[in-house]
Ligand binder design. Structure first.
Ligand SMILES: Nc1ncnc2c1ncn2[C@@H]1O[C@H](COP(=O)(O)OP(=O)(O)OP(=O)(O)O)[C@@H](O)[C@H]1O
Ligand SMILES: [Mg+2]
Length: 339
């Protein structure tokens, strides 16, 4: 049985304005996250993964504008908040950041303050959101450091970020993200800056924490291998729109959108003959000149006709929990419509 929907993004459009013009970066992105569910968001660099995350927690730069769509978040107390309507600053958003939704960023070292001890940084998050005194906050910080696998936490708590390795800093970021018992953690490329061994350890930690504390997780990555191991459900994003989504095993076993198939083909394999690594034809169109029709048609090897260049395909159900936006599957949609 599927659990309560805690986040629902519907048809979100966002653009950036600059002296170059208007960059349409999100072009109708939609996604849902259920309580305790782990969700992956994949797509090439620049497709709008981070901008989507920043839209949820309202950390967008000033030149960004949400032009339409909604982001509904349901708090622990059951209140539904449209995040697009909330001011970027003030008590409403402060009551959500940290204690409801928290983020783990890519560069832990630069996200942590170099002039405060890690203990101060974790305690600050706890004291801001929870009704505890300094001693209790420190005790909780030590428990969190232990939970994220930091040895000698009583000693480490008084150290500064520069005294710790990149992997340890990423663990500390995870501890800060968990400090106020959030419902939803958004991890944006949390391990890209780490070596592969540390990467695997930090990912394992995030997964264990997610399960142990029953937190919903949005994991943003361009690494399909990470998605395969870490999440239940995945969204494939292209030019600020979801083009395919589904249970991870369904999308991996039966990738339907030509873009998803190309992404899968570009994963290096250890078996089979060696050859040139597959790369997707063409380049991602500029967000300043979004193509008409299907956003992928300028690079698609499977165009079905002029419809691909003129109309935007609708989301079509192709499995119990598997959807694609592609005209090759429109017959299915007609079948669905008649069902
Ligand atoms: N402040 C800004 N002003 C103008 N354009 C921006 C700004 N921030 C991001 N963009 C543009 O928005 C688009 C989406 O960026 P975003 O950072 O969400 O990509 P991403 O999918 O997270 O990529 P990556 O995998 O490289 O992290 C990019 O084309 C980027 O150039
Ligand atoms: Mg990004």
């Amino acid at each position: 049985m599927s659990r309560e929907t805690i986040l629902s993004i519907k048809d979100l459009h966002l653009s950036f304005s600059s002296e170059l013009g208007i960059a349409r970066v999100l072009n109708g992105i939609s996604m849902e996250v259920h309580a305790g569910q782990s969700v992956g968001v994949v797509g090439e660099s620049g497709c709008g993964k981070s901008v989507t995350a920043y839209s949820i927690v309202k950390l967008l730069p000033r030149n960004a504008k949400i032009t339409s769509g909604e982001i509904k978040y349901t708090t622990k107390a059951g209140r539904v908040v449209d995040m697009t309507q909330l001011p970027n600053e003030g008590k409403d958003i402060r009551s959500i950041r940290g204690s409801e939704i928290s983020m783990v960023f890519q560069e832990a070292m630069s996200s942590l303050s170099p002039v405060h001890t890690i203990g101060n940084q974790i305690c600050e998050a706890i004291l801001l959101h929870q009704n505890v005194n300094k001693q209790e906050a420190r005790e909780k910080a030590i428990r969190l450091l232990t939970a994220v696998g930091i040895s000698k936490p009583e000693q480490r708590i008084d150290e500064y970020p520069f005294q710790l390795s990149g992997g340890m800093c990423q663990r500390i970021m995870t501890a800060i993200a968990l400090a106020c018992n959030p419902r939803l953690v958004i991890a944006d490329e949390p391990t890209t800056a780490l070596d592969v061994t540390t990467q695997a350890q930090v990912l394992r930690l995030i997964k264990e924490m997610q399960r142990e504390f029953d937190i919903a997780l949005i994991l943003i990555t361009h690494d399909l291998g990470v998605v395969a191991h870490m999440v239940e459900y995945m969204y494939v994003v292209y030019l600020g729109q979801v083009i395919e989504e589904g249970l991870v095993e369904d999308v991996f076993n039966n990738p339907c959108h030509p873009y998803t198939r190309d992404l899968m083909k570009s994963i290096p394999r250890m078996t089979g003959p060696r050859g040139t690594l597959f790369s997707i034809e063409g380049t991602v169109p500029s967000a300043y000149v979004i193509p008409d029709g299907c956003l992928f048609h300028t690079r698609c090897q499977d165009v079905v006709g002029s419809i691909c260049c003129n109309e935007r395909p609708q989301r079509v159900k192709i499995g119990e929990k598997h959807y694609v936006s592609c005209f090759r599957y429109m017959e299915n949609r007609e079948a669905n419509d008649h069902a």
